[in-house]
Design a protein around this ligand. Structure first.
Ligand code: HEC
Ligand code: HEC
Length: 210
């Protein structure tokens, strides 16, 4: 009896997750613009705005290299520094080898508390995969990497837009960059602006600055 209840609950959550993916796909389909419908110049303008987002501490602090040390930019500070308390993401990127990120960064769709409370999200807190390094990279380097399917999780231009919608459907890290908890700065623009810019950049053929 208990078993079948668990099975039913599991099936229901699997269906909910699947519906979420389908909904995010549908929504992303509305955002994506026809390839070639945007000029290279407009695409480069869109990239400049994307660059200001992906190099912002709310995004770059998690997109770190293989040393797996998350970065902190506490409220009222602008200079990044190493995460306090000797935290290490490890190869797992979730801190499984030492102290799991989830000890402090709980998984919850509730709004973030004001700084310095640890931020949270609807998906388990973790560092971005090593291939997606943004921290300490130049805008041109990040641009080249973000359009390279070998270094962006196998995504084409539409796939990147879809990723933003999918992450938002889970109350993930990306929309929360703009709702990080009172006291913390946010990237320029809004999450919706960022989705539009990603669509513009994609339709322009993902041009990068030299
Ligand atoms: C012992 C508690 C604790 C653990 C464990 C922990 N963190 Fe944190 N983390 C915090 C606190 C508190 C803050 C907020 C600091 C502030 O804003 O002043 C924070 C902030 C961050 C930030 C900065 C967020 C931003 O928007 O600038 C990142 C990135 C981060 N943690 C990543 C991680 C990762 C990845 C792990 C696991 C490998 C982890 N943390 C484990 C307590 C913890
Ligand atoms: C808590 C850590 C964390 C924060 C903060 C974070 N990310 Fe990520 N990011 C991840 C993880 C983990 C993945 C891998 C997820 C996947 O590929 O499905 C990822 C993947 C991505 C990807 C897809 C592939 C690629 O090329 O990088 C994009 C785009 C992205 N993040 C954008 C952002 C943006 C924009 C922000 C800030 C608004 C942000 N992220 C903040 C952890 C984070």
């Amino acid at each position: 009896m208990k078993r079948s209840l668990i099975a039913v609950a599991f099936a229901a959550s699997a269906i909910a997750a699947f519906t979420g993916i389908v909904a995010a796909k549908d929504e992303a389909a509305k955002d994506v613009l026809p390839p070639g419908s945007v000029s290279r110049a407009e695409g480069l303008e869109a990239w400049k705005r994307i660059e200001a987002v992906v190099t912002h501490p709310r995004c770059a602090n998690c997109h770190v290299d293989a040393k797996a040390i998350p970065i902190w930019t506490p409220a009222g500070e602008t200079r990044p520094r190493v995460h306090g308390m000797n935290i290490h993401g490890g190869e797992s990127r979730i801190g499984a080898e030492t102290i799991p990120c989830s000890t402090c960064h709980i998984t919850s769709t509730q709004a973030n508390e004001p700084a310095p409370a640890p931020p949270r999200a609807g998906i388990d807190w973790q560092l971005a995969p090593v291939a997606f390094i943004w921290f300490g990279k130049s805008g041109a380097e990040i641009c080249a990497q973000l359009k390279d399917p070998k270094r962006n999780g196998g995504r084409d231009a539409a796939g990147l837009v879809e990723h933003l919608r999918h992450d938002a459907s889970l109350s993930g890290f990306i929309p929360r960059g703009w709702a990080p908890g009172a006291g913390r700065t946010t990237p320029p623009g809004t999450f919706e602006d960022h989705v539009k810019d990603m669509a513009l950049w994609g339709a322009a053929g993902q041009p990068c600055p030299n």
